[in-house]
Design a protein around this ligand. Structure first.
Ligand SMILES: Nc1nc2c(c(=O)[nH]1)N[C@H]1C(S)=C(S)[C@@H](COP(=O)(O)O)O[C@H]1N2
Ligand SMILES: [Mo]
Length: 198
């Protein structure tokens, strides 16, 4: 009798409906952000339900302590890419400078050109969520979010805002760009929360 083999370990890392890719596809809405002088044109602002607004200049952000992060990423368009190695700044490091009000329960990430995405506070504060600066040993290209992108590997990759410019703390959840255009408010790849009706 033919006995079906148990799934191999790698399969346990690929959520339902996803296919592995070796490349690194580029996906976004609108134009790639390009900075002719990143030092004067890029900063990161923290606002909303905070005791005081915080601003990191490019120099300040780049001087923050970094560490390595390893993860798998899953795009809602069905590609997954395993074993990414990133260099980045932990959320905890950034939050050392920020006093969040207790009412804050959700985060809206703001990117260049007004693009946004939302996630619950606890997902933002997860130890696996971070600010990515290098991917597989090289600085992010403009297409992948240079100089800084959010990386939220446990949710579909659209939550990982490229060209990150702002972090807004909110009491109530508020849809970002794709969430207003039919994507799921949360986006758990293991539950296939792709669209708002999933
Ligand atoms: N600022 C910004 N970030 C974004 C997007 C976008 O349109 N604008 N698209 C998201 C989507 S839908 C995906 S799948 C990933 C793709 O990241 P990549 O191009 O580095 O693969 O970026 C996310 N971050
Ligand atoms: Mo996506």
């Amino acid at each position: 009798m033919f006995i079906k083999k148990a799934p191999v370990a790698a399969n346990d890392r690929v959520p339902p409906g996803q296919t592995l890719t070796e490349g690194f596809p580029v996906l976004h809405h609108g134009d790639v952000a390009r900075y002719s002088d990143v030092r004067t044109q890029w900063d990161l602002r923290v606002f909303g339900l905070v005791e005081e607004d915080v601003r990191f200049s490019y120099e300040e952000f780049m001087a923050l302590p970094r560490r390595e992060f390893g993860n798998d990423i899953h795009c809602v368009t069905t590609w997954s890419k395993l074993d990414n190695v990133w260099e980045g700044v932990s959320v905890a490091t950034v939050m050392e400078r920020v006093k969040v009000k207790p009412e804050a329960k959700f985060v809206l990430l703001h990117a260049e050109h007004g693009w946004t995405t939302n996630l619950p506070m606890e997902d933002f504060l997860r130890e696996t969520t971070f600010f990515g600066i290098k991917h597989n040993g090289t600085e992010l290209t403009p297409e992948h979010g240079y100089p800084v992108r959010m990386v939220v590997p446990h949710l579909y990759f659209w939550k990982s805002a490229k060209w990150l410019r702002g972090i807004e703390f909110m009491e109530k959840d508020k849809p970002g760009f794709w969430e207003r255009n039919g994507y799921h408010m949360y986006g758990d790849p293991w539950k296939e929360q792709r669209y708002d009706f999933d």
